[in-house]
Each structure stands twice: as structure tokens, then as C-alpha cells.
Design a protein around this ligand. Structure first.
Ligand SMILES: [Zn+2]
Length: 292
């Protein structure tokens, strides 16, 4: 709006006795860009590192279970959704022996509605729930988002519902039972969610048949790679070390996916937010702080 016209309108408003016309007295605000928020769904710890890395020695004392929210002008996007909230009160009932085996720790503050409230959101505000894969610590709370569109690789849906022999242990059917009632976008490869380069998904099998990772492009921060379990730890990526079965479904694909992540990291000078890497998690800002 031209200055003169605005001044005239403000004068008319004053004559009419309207004291506050903020929209007329200030230039319009630019549309807000995307913001990325980091959370953890409780923690795990006190289990052998060899469970995450072939040949690993010693114990993992603390392991975060990261998930993420992107407040985007075209809608709220969530990437992974943590351990099922039922494990807060009944860890062994929901996870069986894995709860003790992985030292699962969940409190009532880890519940999805409590966590989302930290940034002023409710589950129904999430437009797209993207899962890196359907394992119990990444797709545990899919059932809390019946109004969202689930974005998942088609082969991952099949792997979760009808796992290969030996690979059922990390899939809990109750976690994703509601997917049959939801809107599901079943992908067959890479996908640019809003077709503007701000949120891209890359199919990266190996850990599971339909694993995918997300690259978020932020105006100030630049590119951030959200790995889900395409890689468990920074060290594993640098040294090309893969997990044992059932953490690796296809070794060859796993190595190719590692290479894909390293390539995108290098060409985009991207930061890696590796879901289970304790050092990376400690160094990141946690919600309600954000990256923009
Ligand atoms: Zn996994």
C-alpha cells in the first residue's frame, strides 16, 4: 500500500473514532517460512552396542528416539512419531521382552499430546504424518493421527503387515492397525511433498524394505537430513558399519543408502539429524526451540 493512501485511511479511521487499525498502519508481514522442531519419545539405554552395529563393543548408555515437526506454510508435517504411548504405563505389555532388552524409559511427559502442546499443536493439527519406516519406535503412535495423511513407502506397508521371516520383531501390528482406516499416500520412490524443494523424501532401503529419509530445506539453517533408521549412528555412517539382523534387512541396500545420505550431505552441506545418535541429539535445539 502506498504511504499516502495509508496515511489517508488512517486519518479517516481517526475521524470515525477508530483508534487501532494495525493492518493499515503497518506493512503486511511476509508469510512465515518453515520451522523444524526436534523431540524425543522417551529414551532407551543399557544394552550392548552390538545390537546397533556389527562388531560393536561395550554398551549404549543413552539412546534418544527422535521425531520431528515441521511447521510449514502449507501445513504441519511430522516425521516419525516415536514409541506407542501405551508403553508409558505398560511397556512390557506392548513391547514384550524388547522393553527390558532395550531399557525403554517413557514418562507421562513423553505422551504425544503433551509433547505437541509444547509448540501449541494437537495431533489433529498434523496434516501429513511421514514415517521413515514402520518399526515400533518410529511408527508407534500412528493411531493417534486418524485425521492426518500417512506418507509411507508402499513396500514398507507390506513389510510391516506381512514381514519377511526373521524380520517381524520390530513391527508391532497394534501400532499401525488403524492405517486401514486412514488416508495413506503410498509412495514408490522419491517424493517432493510440496513440489517446492522444502521437504523431500528419498527412498533408502536396507534397514527395512521401505525405509526413507527426509531432507528439509530451511531458509536460514539450510538442508537438514532426518534419517529415521536409514542409519543408526554417525559412527556407523562414517565407518560403513551396518546393524545385525533384524536391524539390516538387506546389507547391499544398506550400504547404497549410506552412500546416498553421504552424497546429499556433501553436495548440500546438510546437517545430519540421526534419530538415535546421542551426541547429535544433545547438540540440537529441542522443542519449543526451533530451526528456521
Ligand atoms: Zn528401525
Amino acid at each position: 500500500m502506498q504511504k499516502g493512501i495509508r496515511r489517508t485511511l488512517v486519518s479517516i479511521a481517526a475521524l470515525l473514532g477508530l483508534t487501532a487499525l494495525p493492518l493499515l498502519s503497518q506493512p503486511a508481514q511476509a508469510q512465515e517460512g518453515p520451522k523444524l522442531y526436534v523431540f524425543t519419545s522417551g529414551s532407551m539405554g543399557g544394552f550392548p552396542k552390538a545390537a546397533l552395529q556389527i562388531g560393536g563393543t561395550g554398551n549404549i548408555d543413552y539412546m534418544p528416539v527422535s521425531f520431528y515437526i515441521i511447521k510449514h506454510p502449507k501445513g504441519v508435517v511430522m516425521f516419525d512419531c516415536g514409541n506407542n504411548d501405551k508403553t508409558i504405563t505398560d511397556p512390557e505389555g506392548w513391547w514384550g521382552p524388547l522393553a527390558k532388552g532395550f531399557g525403554l524409559k517413557m514418562t507421562k511427559d513423553d505422551a504425544i499430546p503433551v509433547q505437541l502442546a509444547k509448540i501449541g499443536l494437537k495431533p489433529e493439527d498434523v496434516k501429513y504424518l511421514v514415517v521413515g519406516h514402520m518399526h515400533l519406535d518410529h511408527a508407534g503412535n500412528v493411531g493417534q493421527f486418524p485425521k492426518s495423511t500417512l506418507v509411507v513407502q508402499d513396500v514398507e506397508m507390506k513389510a510391516a503387515w506381512w514381514p519377511d521371516v526373521g524380520f517381524s520383531v520390530y513391527y508391532i501390528p497394534g501400532d499401525f492397525a488403524d492405517t486401514k482406516k486412514m488416508d495413506v499416500m503410498r509412495l514408490d520412490g522419491d517424493f517432493d511433498l510440496f513440489n517446492d524443494g522444502s521437504i523431500r523424501l528419498f527412498r533408502a532401503p536396507g534397514h527395512t524394505p521401505g525405509s526413507q529419509f527426509m531432507v528439509v530445506k530451511l531458509p536460514k539453517t539450510g538442508s537438514v537430513i532426518l534419517t529415521s533408521d536409514v542409519v543408526y549412528m554417525q559412527e556407523s555412517l562414517e565407518k560403513n558399519l551396518i546393524p545385525p539382523i533384524p536391524g539390516t534387512q538387506s546389507p547391499g541396500d544398506m550400504y547404497k543408502s549410506y552412500a546416498r545420505i553421504r552424497h546429499i550431505r556433501d553436495v548440500e552441506k546438510a546437517q545430519l539429524f540421526i534419530a538415535h545418535d546421542a551426541e547429535i541429539f544433545k547438540a540440537t535445539k529441542k522443542a519449543p526451540e526451533f530451526y528456521d
